[in-house]
Design a protein around this ligand. Sequence first.
Ligand SMILES: N[C@@H](CCC(=O)N[C@@H](CS)C(=O)NCC(=O)O)C(=O)O
Length: 220
Amino acid sequence: MIPVGQNDSPFVRRVAVTLNLYSFPFRRRPFSVFKDFDAVLALNPLGKLPVLTLDDGENLFDSRAILDYLDGLVEPGRCLLPLAEPERHRVLRVEAVAVGLCEKLYELIYEFARRQVGKQDPGVVARTERQVRSALDRLEALRPSPWLHGASLTRADVTAAIAVTYLREKQAGFVSRSEHPALQALCDRCEATDPFRDAAYSAAEAARSGWRPRAVHDQG
Ligand SMILES: N[C@@H](CCC(=O)N[C@@H](CS)C(=O)NCC(=O)O)C(=O)O
């Protein structure tokens, strides 16, 4: 299996970390949705990453579909998503908040890193920032101790930890670490483990794709 995408993407990272947690060996192809757009379009009609290329050459896309596929390959006891209700839909609900947080952070980052300087829409930015804060507050309210739901690590924890790293790396200063201490601790705990370290956030890959920090553009 070949995961495709850069390790500054939270969606790519949640696939790579899951592959590590499930002990599937892999070599990632670090394509950028910007620098390698033609190649990415050939893999996914939407030109989005991650893609997971299977051993027979089939391409899976969208991190949710990829994680579903990987879940089907492991013994039930190792699956990062509970199989039985009501635990299953409860973890999926928390995961949805964490994935949505990644999506909203991505939109915010896009606004500053990809639009022409001065072309940001303050109304859109304010609304998106409110959504980011709301998602962070909801995750913090779950008081992960140590996990967001239940007695073991789930997809929700993996995604929330990666979302917090993404926030730290690409929107530092927008939300202070002291506002969500339990969530920040979850992130630190997860990022200190081998499955996360072996798929660490890559600032070099972010730079390669042309990402520039918000401060450069922020018109205040
Ligand atoms: N729902 C998708 C979101 C993936 C996504 O938005 N990836 C970004 C990279 S971080 C992307 O492909 N952006 C290019 C674009 O949207 O045009 C998933 O979970 O895989």
